[in-house]
Design a binder for this molecule. Structure first.
Ligand SMILES: [Fe+2]
Ligand SMILES: [Fe+2]
Length: 271
């Protein structure tokens, strides 16, 4: 069980005049993706079918991800009463499918699966931290801080478990870096793009590249170097490197520069 529920959120503190409308677009998409954790629970339970200790932890993880979706959907019902969460979720669910029938990890090993889960949790923990730092609306800030804390603990859970499997699977560092970088680039895949498309009722037929660029435009704007730095530290730790401040700083500056360039390119394309 998560350390919180919807009742501990101070909904009475909601301030409509402090809602940032550009944040609404990514919160709509995030609420749909978070709420859909059940499919990933089924998939992970198949991949780790004989790991009796890990299965309940996967179920709890899925419960917490769904709670994130519920909290964001409830906030949207205040900030954006015209948004029909159930309708958008139904469209997203019916038009984007997740392969839950895999008998083994699509990453080729359990270590690889857990490493890619770590990458996802690094992404979500920095994403919600960035929103919490950016937004002025107190209820959304409270929700994002709670979610960011959960995402960090999910990262720790998957990293701990990955270290156990790594002992027997011994996936070499080259392969681990390849898996991690591959998962970072999957951020532009269909899931976020279609959640953004259906959550925001974009005009025209679904176009992955277009929806993905628009999502990235609103999301990348939120990041400051401090969020990138935290993510780099977590990634290096997940890859098994010991902490080296100079390397972390260099990589953070480099990645932050890439993000800024990408943002400029996207801005040029969508305008
Ligand atoms: Fe989440
Ligand atoms: Fe998570």
């Amino acid at each position: 069980m998560a350390g919180w529920n919807l009742d501990i959120i101070n909904w009475d503190n909601f301030q409509k005049d402090k809602v940032d409308t550009s944040l609404l677009k990514i919160i709509r998409a995030a609420s749909l993706v978070e709420y859909r954790s059940g499919d990933y629970v089924l998939y992970l339970k198949k991949v780790f079918f004989d790991d009796k200790e890990f299965i309940p932890l996967i179920e709890n993880w899925g419960y917490e991800e769904k709670l994130h979706g519920k909290a964001l959907a409830k906030w949207l019902s205040l900030a954006d009463p015209e948004f029909d969460f159930n309708k958008s979720y139904g469209e997203f669910y019916n038009n984007f499918s997740i392969n839950i029938n895999a008998d083994e990890s699509v990453r080729g090993s359990r270590t690889g699966e857990l490493l890619s889960r770590c990458v996802v949790e690094i992404g979500t923990s920095s994403f919600y931290s960035a929103i919490a730092d950016r937004c002025d609306e107190p209820v959304l800030k409270q929700i994002c801080l709670l979610i960011a804390r959960d995402e960090f603990s999910h990262y720790s859970l998957f990293r701990r478990c990955m270290k156990i499997y790594q002992k027997s699977e011994k996936i070499n560092i080259k392969k681990r870096i390849f898996i991690a970088i591959g998962r970072v680039f999957e951020a532009a895949d269909d899931e976020l793009a279609s959640a953004f498309y259906f959550g925001n009722k974009l005009k025209g037929k679904y176009n992955r590249k277009k929806a993905s660029n628009e999502y990235a435009y609103y999301a990348l704007k939120l990041y400051k170097e401090i969020h990138v730095n935290k993510g780099i530290k977590m990634l290096l730790k997940a890859l098994g490197f010991s902490s080296k401040v100079t390397i972390e700083r260099f990589l953070s500056k480099f990645v932050f520069l890439i993000l800024k360039i990408r943002l400029q390119i996207i801005q040029f394309r969508i305008n």
